[in-house]
Design a protein around this ligand. Structure first.
Ligand code: FMN
Length: 235
């Protein structure tokens, strides 16, 4: 009896630690709402927490005067990318990255580069993403995203990047649900971020529990169950 109890407590502890490393954070910045819509679509397909980056200075018009302010911010970063004062201030962030094994960055493209407020966030926190899974989704009107990818790799040099990034431009924006779904499949999202990884790391089989903590032989045909700490619904 006592032994069973200890085994159950150990299993619960393993579930809790597995759950922490399997959690996903979606971090985004959006000026004209496209990235926000992308995040809403993305989080209807995966289980993730969301962090929105907000510039400290409100009401700025980045596109005014032929995008003068946006250009000025990016030029400052380009001139001194290692200097913290080159990056525009953002609101304080309280989300701790230690709670997450996977970070998905969703950002607009500005003049072919990563939008400046997202660069500020990654300048401050990209180092803490070392060894974590990192996915990148970029929204642009039409420009290709290779320089945004380069910005991301400069700011998050030790991320464990998904095999592909996702580019959603204005003409494909309305089709984002299927683009995101295909991307998650292509990058093997479930395997890279969750169950299989936990299996490899701990060398243990997948464990399925009911809501009372009872170990099940197989996934139930109906109802809520827990796989490696994550709630699932069988319908
Ligand atoms: C300052 C600024 C510069 C931009 N530069 C480009 C560009 O060079 N190429 C492009 O295709 N889109 C450019 N865009 C358009 C945005 O990338 C695009 O509208 C994106 O969907 C915006 O995402 P959001 O609505 O989440 O802010 C720019 C937008 C802004 C505000």
């Amino acid at each position: 009896m006592k032994r069973n109890f200890i085994v159950m407590v150990c299993a619960m502890l393993m579930l809790l630690s597995a759950n922490a490393s399997a959690k996903t954070l979606v971090v985004y910045y959006s000026y004209t709402n496209n990235c926000r819509e992308i995040v809403t679509t993305l989080t209807s397909q995966i289980d993730a927490d969301v962090l929105e980056i907000q510039p400290a200075e409100k009401g700025l018009k980045y596109e005014a005067n032929n995008y003068a302010l946006g250009t000025q911010l990016l030029n400052a970063i380009k001139a001194a990318p290692n200097d913290a004062s080159s990056y525009p201030a953002i609101d304080p962030v309280t989300t701790s990255l230690s709670d997450y094994g996977t970070i998905i960055i969703v950002t607009p493209l500005w003049w072919s580069q990563m939008a400046a407020p997202m660069q500020t966030y990654l300048f401050n926190y990209g180092g803490q993403m070392a060894g974590k899974n990192v996915g990148l989704i970029v929204s642009s009107a039409s420009s290709g995203i290779s320089s945004v990818v380069a910005d991301c790799k400069r700011l998050v040099p030790d991320g464990n990047y998904f095999s592909e990034n996702l580019w959603i431009n204005h003409s494909s924006h309305s089709n984002r649900a299927s683009l995101i779904q295909n991307w998650l499949t292509t990058v093997n999202y479930n395997t890279v971020t969750g169950i299989s990884k936990i299996q490899t790391a701990q060398n243990t089989p997948i464990r399925i529990y009911d809501l009372n903590g009872r170990l099940l032989n197989q996934k139930p045909s109906k109802g809520i169950y827990i796989v490696n700490g994550k709630k699932r619904i069988a319908e």
